[in-house]
Design a protein around this ligand. Structure first.
Ligand code: MN
Length: 188
């Protein structure tokens, strides 16, 4: 948890410096207040998943780059496993982990996400051209797309344009586990 917050703080500072953005500029691009951005940079506050998505979208960068650096060597197989984890104290019903963090060459990231019973997580729209593929590994869940909740069973997948408000929920009494592959257009 501490490591993630530190990674978020360092990444945000580096991105802002790289872009030459003031806190005011970053606030207007991300829709996150200047005060909150400053607190996150100083490690005084940690963003919720929804806030971190606003920051990632505003900087036109991937979500997973705030969690883990990933230098990809496409010539070698990479084997990874891991446990989805709670990123913020108030995100009590959703756990996230990048199984394959953002790949600059192939422009995608793959998350393992666990939705606990009763979870309803709404995501702000991503930039135009961002596409998500949701695949249910375990349990049942629903995805909000085009204003409708679509039910997915274990083994089913759904692909959608993510430049619209969308969401993920679990109305069952058992945990649901999904893969979410997020593809970013034209990124190198
Ligand atoms: Mn999303």
């Amino acid at each position: 948890m501490k490591d993630i917050n530190q990674q978020i703080s360092v990444t945000l500072k580096a991105l802002r410096q790289e872009r030459g953005w003031s806190l005011d500029k970053a606030a207007s691009e991300t829709g996150v207040s200047k005060a909150m951005l400053g607190q996150i940079e100083r490690g005084e506050s940690s963003p919720t998943i929804a806030t971190l998505w606003k920051i990632a979208s505003g900087f036109q960068t991937s979500f997973s780059s705030f969690i883990e650096e990933n230098e990809v060597d496409l010539t070698e197989p990479v084997r990874r496993a891991g446990q989805a984890q709670q990123l913020h104290p108030s995100d009590t019903k959703i756990r996230v982990m990048p199984l394959f963090p953002f790949d600059k060459e192939l422009s995608f990231e793959l998350f393992v996400i666990e939705l606990l019973p009763g979870c309803e997580h709404l995501s702000p729209p991503h930039k135009h051209g961002v596409i998500e593929h949701v695949v249910v590994l375990k349990g049942k869940m629903e995805v909000l797309v085009n204003g409708h909740w679509q039910a997915l069973d274990q083994g089913e997948g759904l692909r959608f344009n993510a430049n619209q408000p969308h969401g993920y929920r679990n109305t069952t009494t058992k945990i649901a586990c999904i893969h979410d592959i997020i593809h970013y257009p034209g990124k190198k």
